[in-house]
Design a protein around this ligand. Structure first.
Ligand code: C2E
Ligand code: CA
Ligand code: CA
Length: 717
């Protein structure tokens, strides 16, 4: 490689051999590396093959002459310098060679010193040129980089003079804010700042401190130049000082700043904080925001000695809407409910959704409890009109509990708790009403709460059991069927009867998993008995209205039959009259499907409700069960006796199976026989027993009840 730094490479081109040789020898002595060419053609060949720093070119040569070689070098843009040598005395050829780009001209014959001097000059000129070019290139490159970096910065970069007018800004101001750079330069910063943020802007825009002490990260709103939007920019700036002068201290020139677009980040932060404080479905305040407002309101009420009211509102039977019509309609209903509630309020009141179908309302300043009652009244009345949701006309009501400050509590937690207690009280008193908190409500609420918590846990912990109570054939005394009854063995509360927890289970929806548990247990027991060849004629299971109404109930039963490989005819479902009153067509279809599987249907607690005979015809009912309350004072109590007599006669007329419940005395048994009631159930025959105890009874296959008192003629049967 021939480089400028090493030995300069020289090509000597001459057609005269002795000249070539003497020149080469001379140049080598002076430390140059020399190659030779004997004519234009071989010169071009040599130049093509390797670079030379300098060409010593004879102009007058036969064939391709020096001029043509010059022409060729120019055309090829070869990076080399040329000194032409000529015996020609006319100045013309020298000028034309120089014009073609030769660095110098030497006339033959020449002095050695002259030659060496010209070569040295040409080479050092060439070296300088090369260095200059490299420096220029570097400068252009770094300037380009600097410009590129400043202009393609995602942030606005600017400088202001000491008066606060722009002296520089990068291209970003155009793409971000829609201003041409030229229109910004020279303008005062206040031209661009949102009016409300001007004061904040003063500090950061006229920052005199430099370095780490300067103001950092100040958010300022800036209107867009051409569009009607407001951007939020985060400014960082510091003072610039002229340190070139000799003055001490250095003089303040202006500020240098960077503005970052944080509009999206700001929006996201706002959204997050909105979500943290609002219920997304209804747009109402959430629990957190409500507490904030309540805390503030209590502080105000304390300072200015006024009252405030807190209401706890709960939709009645919202669960039914959700379960029967689906969550989408349930959600829409909640949105409408929120809107209707808002209509009942004044500005300053806070309405919040606590979750589910529970709302809280804060009236931050009232004069008397009547003010709160008036609002509660208004709300209850406003729910008198139906809601129209997706083609459904829905009537919903609210139960409201009210707690007042300072009378019913002096802090957030007590007020919320007491309003909640009052709400439960209004539910207990029949729903669709409001109730002011009273101190004696506390006990019942605490009981309820602990029961509810325990009930939820009971399912996971397997605390439920089922027992079976035999139903006997009045004539033979033998078991004709049994009723499945659920029990709750709570380690905390003891052995609980269904009456103590079924109402709460229904209210909380836990009746569904409990009902499923009972069904599974009964089916499982039926399979055990079937395999042991002990099957009673019929296993009755109590079905709660809510469970029956649930979508998929029929499918669930069908699946159970298949899973346990049992026939429907082994089972009976006990329903209460209220089920049949609810929604005729819907239920009738379900009952027909159940009857279609061979499952019998019994009407439980007959005589206590409407006891309308019309639905006995309308629904596929096989059995009616005379409510046990009619056994009290029977026989003897004339009222009960006539009712039982009438029911027995009716059942016979309609050819329905009839079971008398709660039979405890021999006299009752005897009378039922006389009235031709065909089945009976009660402590006289057996208490509800575990599956294992029932298995023993079934194996004995003996008549139950007082043998010696069995009606005489029965013994012959
Ligand atoms: P029910 O369907 O009327 O059940 C009969 C109730 O009377 C049972 O009470 C039974 O133990 C009781 N009993 C039986 N013979 C006599 C008697 O000679 N004298 C008296 N005084 N009582 C007698 P239990 O087991 O406490 O059930 C109470 C109610 O709870 C049931 O009334 C039924 O409505 C409901 N229930 C029980 N098990 C279930 C269940 O698995 N699912 C549903 N949904 N409800 C159930
Ligand atoms: Ca029953
Ligand atoms: Ca009953």
């Amino acid at each position: 490689m021939k480089t400028l730094a090493g030995q300069p490479e020289i090509l000597v081109v001459d057609d005269e051999l002795h000249l070539r040789n003497s020149l080469s020898a001379l140049l080598r002595i002076h430390g140059y590396s020399v190659s030779t060419a004997d004519g234009g053609e071989s010169a071009m060949e040599a130049l093509q093959n390797s670079p030379f720093d300098l060409v010593l070119l004879d102009l007058g040569m036969p064939g391709v002459d020096g001029h043509q070689v010059m022409e060729w070098i120019k055309a090829q843009q070869l990076d080399t310098c040329v000194i032409v040598v000529s015996g020609d005395t006319s100045i013309d050829s020298a000028i034309s060679a120089l014009r073609r780009g030769a660095s110098d001209f030497l006339r033959k014959p020449y002095e050695t010193d002259e030659l060496i001097l010209k070569i040295e000059n040409a080479l050092s000129k060439r070296r300088l040129e090369k260095e200059n070019k490299a420096i220029n290139l570097q400068l252009r490159e770094s300037e380009r980089w600097y410009r590129y970096m400043v202009n393609s910065s995602p942030d606005i970069i600017y400088t202001l003079d000491a008066n606060g007018c722009f002296t520089f800004c990068n291209d970003r101001v155009e793409s971000l804010l829609g201003y041409h750079k030229e229109t910004v330069i020279g303008k005062h910063f206040s031209t661009f700042i949102h009016a409300e943020d001007l004061e904040t802007a003063q500090h950061v825009m006229q920052e005199r401190r430099a370095g780490g002490r300067a103001a950092g990260s100040v958010e300022i709103r800036v209107p867009h130049g051409t569009e009607s939007r407001l951007l939020t920019l985060e400014f960082n700036s510091f003072g610039i000082y002229d340190e070139t002068g000799s003055e001490t201290p250095p003089s303040y020139i202006g500020t240098y700043g960077v503005a970052k677009d944080v509009t999206e980040r700001k929006k996201a932060a706002q959204l997050i904080s909105y979500q943290a404080y609002h219920d997304l479905l209804t747009g109402l305040a959430n629990r957190m925001l409500f507490k904030d407002h309540l805390e503030l309101a209590i502080a105000q009420a304390r300072r200015y000695s006024h009252m405030l009211a807190l209401m706890f509102l709960d939709l009645d039977r919202f669960k039914v809407v959700n379960d029967t019509l689906g969550h989408a309609i349930g959600d829409n209903l909640l949105i409408e409910v929120a809107a209707r509630l808002k209509n009942c309020l004044r500005v300053g009141d806070t309405l919040a959704r606590q979750g589910g179908d529970e709302f809280t309302l804060l009236l931050p300043q009232i004069d008397s409890q009547e003010d709160a009652i008036r609002v509660a009244d208004k709300i209850i009345k406003s729910f008198g009109a139906p809601f129209h949701i997706d083609g459904h006309e829905l009537y919903v009501s609210m139960s409201i509990g009210i707690a007042l400050y300072p009378g019913n509590g002096g802090n957030i937690d007590t007020l919320i708790k007491n309003a909640d207690i009052a709400m439960y009280d209004s539910k207990a008193k029949g729903r669709n009403r409001y109730q002011l908190y009273a101190s004696d409500m506390n006990v019942t609420f605490a009981e309820r709460l602990s029961l509810e918590i325990q009930l939820r846990k009971a399912l996971e912990r397997n605390e439920f059991q089922v027992v079976y109570q035999p139903q006997i054939n009045v004539i033979s005394g033998r078991i004709s069927g049994m009723e499945t009854l659920v029990r709750w063995a709570s380690p905390l509360l003891g052995y609980l009867s269904p009456q103590e927890f079924i109402p709460l289970a229904e209210e909380t929806g836990l009746i569904i998993p409990i009902g499923e548990f009972v069904l599974r247990s009964a089916f499982n027991q039926a399979r055990l008995w079937k395999h042991a060849g002990l099957l009673p004629q019929r296993i009755a299971i109590n079905i709660s209205a809510q469970h029956l109404e649930q979508e998929g109930f029929v499918a669930f039963i069908a699946q159970l039959l298949q899973e346990f490989e049992l026939e429907g005819s082994m089972f009976e479902m006990e329903l209460t009259e209220s089920v049949l009153l609810n929604d005729g067509d819907h239920i009738i279809e379900k009952l027909q499907m159940i009857a279609g599987m061979g499952i019998k249907i019994a009407l439980d607690d007959f005589g206590t409700g409407y006891s309308s005979l019309s639905y006995l015809k309308k629904f596929p009912i096989d059995t009616i069960k005379i409510d046990q309350s009619f056994m009290r004072g029977f026989p003897g109590d004339s009222g009960n006796e006539s009712i039982v007599t009438a029911i027995c006669a009716m059942a016979q007329g309609m050819q329905l199976n009839l079971i008398a419940e709660g039979v405890e005395e021999t006299e009752q048994y005897r009378s039922l026989h006389t009235l031709h009631c065909n089945e009976a159930q009660g402590f006289l025959f057996s208490k509800p027993l575990s599956g294992r105890d029932i298995t023993e009874l079934l194996m004995k296959d003996a008549p139950l009840g007082p043998q010696h008192l069995r009606p005489q003629h029965c013994f012959n049967l």
